[in-house]
Design a protein around this ligand. Sequence first.
Ligand SMILES: [Zn+2]
Length: 144
Amino acid sequence: MDVPYNGDPDRVEPVSGAAQRLDTLRLAGLKVGVLTNQSGVGRSMISEAQMHAVNARVDELLGPFDGWFICPHAPEVDCDCRKPKPKLVLDAAQQWGFDPSEIVVIGDKASDVEAAHNAGSAAIKIGGACDLASAVDRVLTGRI
Ligand SMILES: [Zn+2]
């Protein structure tokens, strides 16, 4: 569930079945990371400590993740990392020693898809008929 600008770890509530889906990817030997715009920090709506507490809770419920790639900046800062810019995707590729074309970004926003494409990576947009289960299935079967 998407709680905008969430600063409360107790409000982290994974989508049903998400943990199992992510474990399926891990068991297949894939790296799984989180690429996230968290502008609530840059907008001073939540503190950096709150952000880390929320992310730690996400990691506890859905992790372990092979990497967290975070843009904490407000949009008006015009930083290099805020999706749809490709930096978070490129950072993941570099950290894992992959070519960006080997990365698939699964996201529910147009900016996720654009960030992937701007990096030279593939993307699967969650929404409508495509849920996380079918996205994971597409990754594992190469139907991207
Ligand atoms: Zn940024």
